[in-house]
Design a protein around this ligand. Sequence first.
Ligand code: NA7
Length: 535
Amino acid sequence: EASNRQFNYDVLIVGAGLSGMFSLYRMRQLGLRVKVLEAGSGEGGTWFWNRYPGARFDSESYSYNFSFSQELLDEWSWTEHFAPQSETLKYCQFLAEKFDLRRDMQFNTRIKSAHYQEATDSWLLTDQDGKTYSSRFLITCMGILNEPTYPDIPGVHDFKGEAFHTARWPDNVSLEGKRVGIIGTGATGIQTIQEIVKTVGHLTVFQRTPNWSAPLHNSTISPAEMMKIRERYPEIFKLCNESYSCFIHGADTRKTLEVPEDERLAFWEDLYSRPGFAKWLSNFGDINTDRAANKAFSDFIADKIRSRVKDPVTAEKLIPKNHGFGTRRVPLETFYFEAYNQPNVRLIDITEDPIQCITEKGIQTLGELVELDIIVYATGFDAVTGAFSAVDFQGVGGRKLTETWSAGPRTQLGLLVHDFPNMMMVMGPHQMFGNIPRSIEYAVTWISNCIGYCRDHDIKRIEATEEGVKSWTEHVHECAEGLLANEVDSWMTGVNKNLKHKQKRIIARYNGPAPGYRKFCDGVASRGYTDFQLN
Ligand code: NA7
């Protein structure tokens, strides 16, 4: 204990999103001295930063909230099945207030470097102003999608109108009557487009790759319905706990092509009318691995798109040709396809008419100059490892994390890294993602048990072993084999065409079943963490 006094804290946590807040709660329960350092001016992480119009859950609200506190479950009410960003940010604020978390959170603090101190088995962090913080343990809670990326188009700075990334949406921007251009049609672009078409004067969508998108079917939750949901919480969390990727939707184990066509189509019609990710996750499981099965369902969705978009040429442009349904994250939508039936909305396929540059007036394609008042970049993130590259992480012997991961992430359980002792990652690469808060709740609980164990057993240093990293990395790669998603460029396979070092696919996340992941991690804990090197 006394020797720990040479550090400011027992535990430092980087990030005040859901991961950071729950980590803080758990560290306090252990009676540890803890501080959360957060770059933003408030808590909420993803839900703090992503304020673009239309931002909302694609997970059922009540499957997304924390389960650790009955009081929290009793006191919080959702008003929509798929809550908007404003409500989720309020949930984060409610959490911070209820558990009095803010007294241990420091905002406006962007960590620039984190260096392991071998002499004292501790971490030394430095913020943007050169201020330092030290601790025995470091928990990274930086999120998987928090470093926005912008297209590298000549002339971006020449534009005289307003331009911003969806994750940096300015307060008080009015789109009323404006000529708006948007680049990017991922989950964010789709949510933004379907919302802003309600107010813009004119919208031009610059699309490079269309995505397979299907209806969200959101609806409000009355207080009476919320009472019923509350009673069902044990059942809801049980479903999430048993499912492959922590959602309430379980897969159908029948093989797509063995089900008679009539029955199959009726099943798909039903799925298409169901809320949330049902059409992806409650589908026949083999659509994720079997090319013919995937094609059959993709064809079904393509016909839905054709039936919803009036102009057949536009409809064809909106149908993905080079990847199958569910091989990238499926954006869920509400009248997205109908937006293209509005006379003031236009789709430019930039694979046919490429963007040449941005001028002071707008976006110049090969064929024309599209004059604009506002440009929106819905161009995504340096996902999963981006938050780690943005900080100068140095481990044992000054080894840089970017070098350790230069050929792709290498971790043990997605939780610890060799040469980076006492650093534990929540939602680190090669960890289980899925319905994120369910994974966060598990990872934070595992980490806090581990830190508690180290404290109780006077372990000053815990480190992933070389063999442990090798076998976990191999296992992660084995789990990814055969999944069609791993043959496609997306943030889930680590590709970001705006970044030179992210042109090659990697396995960014754990692709096996969540229950299996938890079994692995529970096993390591029950063996007294001896899979790691303990000193
Ligand atoms: P995504 O899913 O990475 O989508 C980014 C979109 O931006 C995608 O359509 C990209 O096209 C497009 N993009 C990126 N750079 C360019 C350039 N330079 N030119 C044209 N188009 C470009 O990010 P989101 O924010 O939508 O979603 C991320 C996750 O957040 C989402 O999955 C949810 O889980 C929440 P591309 O496909 O690369 O051709």
